[in-house]
Design a protein around this ligand. Structure first.
Ligand code: C5P
Length: 405
């Protein structure tokens, strides 16, 4: 795999002044591990010589549809088949119009029609041309056909004008291409995450709760989405925004969390129980606010269901990741919990003494039946990403094992 996520990239260059930036673009693409073949329009060769691109990519540059030499070596249909992806940078207003029209009057436009791989264009033109209705209409036609439009940038232009129309910088193009091609470690997986505390009513105004902020669970949900998963986040009361792309279900009590989890557990591939679920709840919450009339008040608490253990006990249930906040004997207690709840993986973190709760950073000891790994103190976002790296390896091994057995 390369940074851009593609192996064979066909780089089309059309005739604009920013074609000079495409030399650096080609260099960066080659450096990222892609095999790059350049196709230039006639106009592009007036700005930069094919020899320059040949030197940078190590491959001959293709310029003509009817070139006997090239057609004999690698014909245009073969070239279209070779590519995993097409990137046209710069894409002039004229070339975008020809793409939108479906013209095939030169090599690059013919390759666009002949190939069925993903296509990205990086428009570059004068600000007034960019704003023209004809250009905008062509772009919407191309976008509706699934062409990725990268940029343009805004700023000073070679012609002296300023505004939108500048070609994106090569590094930005490579980054944009990378995220377009990033399918993610958990693409196609359904993930259910619980987060935050639960609040167990004592009376209408008071509750039994805990210090969980929900930050770790939310960071985990966000990381799963970034890695391509479809994520449901069942959250207790927290003051956090829902990460984009996450379906959030709000609950207050452990019993509500239990209900929401089992409503959504079907077809879940991975269950991450990150919530600090209250182990006990007041047996009979008072209907009215309790008055301070007596010297002592005893709360009668009953056990809440263990959501994580119940999910782990499901026949053909999901891969289960539990969390454990421990104030002492972290490793020992964590391994005992992994076994007792029959989990696939457990992430344990030290709490107390200003550690863990309500903070933006944390450390984790991640354990699974065959091993363990210590993740050092870091921001919870980075921690979630590192945890997913370990989880992906173990989850793949687990899926392979289940299929094989
Ligand atoms: O046993 P302990 O509460 O320390 O276990 C913590 C793990 O179990 C966490 O993953 C938490 O989300 C889960 N849990 C649960 N339901 C409970 C208590 C804990 O799902 N009632």
């Amino acid at each position: 795999m390369t940074n851009t996520g593609t192996e064979c990239l066909l780089l089309g260059i059309t005739g604009g002044i920013s074609a000079y930036k495409s030399v650096e673009l080609a260099r960066l693409l080659v450096a990222s591990g892609a095999r790059v073949r350049v196709v230039m329009t006639e106009a592009a060769t007036r700005f930069v010589t094919p020899l320059t691109f040949q030197a940078v990519t190590g491959n001959p540059v293709h310029c003509h549809l009817f070139d006997e030499e090239y057609e004999a070596a690698m014909g245009h249909i073969e070239l279209a088949r070779w590519a995993d992806q097409m990137l046209i940078a710069p894409a002039t207003a004229d070339f975008l119009a020809r793409m939108a029209q479906g013209l095939a009057d030169d090599l690059l436009s013919t390759l666009y029609l002949a190939s069925s791989v993903p296509v990205s264009v990086v428009p570059a033109m004068n600000v007034h041309m960019w704003r023209h209705a004809a250009v905008q209409q062509n772009l919407s036609v191309l976008a509706s056909r699934g062409v990725n439009i990268l940029g343009p940038d805004s700023g000073a232009q070679a012609c002296g004008d300023a505004g939108p129309g500048r070609m994106l910088e090569p590094t930005d193009i490579v980054a944009a291409l990378g995220s377009l091609n990033h399918r993610g470690m958990f693409a196609g997986n359904k993930v259910l995450v619980t987060a935050g505390p639960t609040q167990e009513a004592i009376d209408p105004v008071r509750f039994v709760g805990n210090r969980s902020s929900g930050k770790m669970g939310f960071a985990l949900a966000e990381a799963f989405v970034r890695e391509g998963a479809e994520v449901v986040l069942v959250s207790g009361p927290v003051a956090l925004n829902t990460p984009p792309g996450v379906r959030r279900v709000n609950v207050q009590t452990a019993l509500q969390m239990h209900g929401a989890v089992f409503e959504n557990i079907k077809k879940t591939d991975i269950f991450a129980g990150c919530a600090a679920v209250a182990d006990y709840r007041p047996e009979l919450p008072e209907g009215q606010k309790i008055k301070k009339t007596s010297e002592r008040l005893a709360l009668n608490l009953v056990r809440n269901p263990d959501i994580l253990a119940e999910v782990a006990a499901l026949k053909d249930g999901p891969y289960t990741l539990g969390f454990a906040a421990e104030t002492e004997n972290l490793a020992e207690n964590a391994r005992a919990k992994l076994l007792a709840k029959k989990l696939n993986m457990l992430a344990a973190n030290p709490v107390g003494d200003n550690l863990g709760f309500e903070r933006d950073d944390n450390s984790l000891l991640v354990i699974w039946p065959g091993g363990e790994k210590q993740l050092p103190v870091q921001d919870k976002g980075a921690l979630a990403q590192s945890l997913l790296g370990i989880l992906e390896q173990q989850y793949q091994a687990h899926v392979g094992h289940v299929k094989g057995s």
